[in-house]
Design a protein around this ligand. Sequence first.
Ligand code: C2O
Ligand code: CU
Length: 464
Amino acid sequence: TGASFTPLLGVDRAKASPAAAAAAIPELFTVPMPQMPVLRPTLRTTTTDYYDVTTRRVRKEILPGIQTDLLTYDGNFPGATIKARSGRTVVVRQHNELDVATSSHLHGASVTQANDGDPMDTLAPGGVRAYTYPNRQPHASLWYHDHAHHMESENVYRGLHGSYLLTDAVEDKLPLPKGEYDVVIAIRDAHFDAAGQLVYVMDDQQRSTLLVNGAPYPYFQVAARKYRLRLANMSNQRFLGLRLADGSEIVQIGSDGGLLPRPHTTDTLTLSPGERIDAVVDFSRYKVGEKVVLENTIIFAGSAEQVGQVMRFDVVRTAADSSAVPAVLRSLPALPTPTNERTVVMKMEEGVAHPKGFMDGKVYDPARVDASIRFGASEVWTVTNANARVPHNFHMHLVQFRVLERNGKPPAPGEAGLKDTVIVAAGETVKLQATFDSYRGSYVYHCHMLDHSAMGMMATMKIS
Ligand code: C2O
Ligand code: CU
């Protein structure tokens, strides 16, 4: 998608030599990629699936032979995948066994304010709280993560993140790869110390290790056929430019808010923190025994390396394949005529020890309403990144929006579908349209580089 993107700040040491970053980081492609478990409901009724999830601290092996302290949902890292269906309600009862407050947010979902996981609406240690997700929205690859005020960045970094796959009849009818050939690939950055523990420092430029489904630079054994890959960037700060090392084609079929109207064939997928891309890769172009590395083309500015690595696909067998990517995937409703326009300026302080993040010149104050929106309005927001070097992205709760323009030009095909998070690289301006016709209430919008939102780059919109 965004070819105009300029690299992030910092140094990526893992690419030059993973072993050099911390003694315990394994050689590339020596550990298998874990498949995320699917969460099992506690109870199913005719209308609703109930789940019980406990946030707790565990020690778990991420780096071979080392136990790393993590904050987890049920001891899983990342959290188990929740599978939901449009029209069926999901209730997740969160039990907080941590010593810090949590707030569970379902990113990309349309939910009432009380169920949104607002930064200030937290669950105290020892508490239990039910979050209700009505799933009155089309299919989408969503994800859930912590959102407790000022703690979201550290809590997510230490492990409180997982996938939530919402499906519907539109998706059912398509012959896309399914079952074991439909795979979550959640990528995130991490900084390990020499003892193999996660280091959390605000705006850390040394989160130089990439974990895929919780494993460092893994390999994944695939059959020589098509796979649907549910790629998600769950990093705090890192942007990803994903490409197969041989440059072969990747078919993007979806973005944050579900399938694109039509597939988009490309060789590189750009994902900023919080974004998701659904892609189909046809491994039948390889012979059994061949291996292909998934690279990251967006490297930190200080790195000597030109191209990083993420994981490797090892083609180990053949398999029948009746799946296909149809030329038309879905239709999106026409955009309504906008009823209001507003601007948002994102800016981070630069060159100071403890930078603040600003939305329209202001640090996040949960007591303040920054945007008052009329229920039912369809608004065009012009979002500008006023930094010359620091990239941002822009995420709104409650809605899936449409990107109208990037720097005055129509969006690339990969970001022309439904989005909830969009890159706004240094100096860029993105125009988007969102319609507020689902719920009234207060919801946040923010930069999804979570250190930036924790530094204040977040604001409140009130729909009434
Ligand atoms: Cu991913 Cu405010 O959220
Ligand atoms: Cu930012």
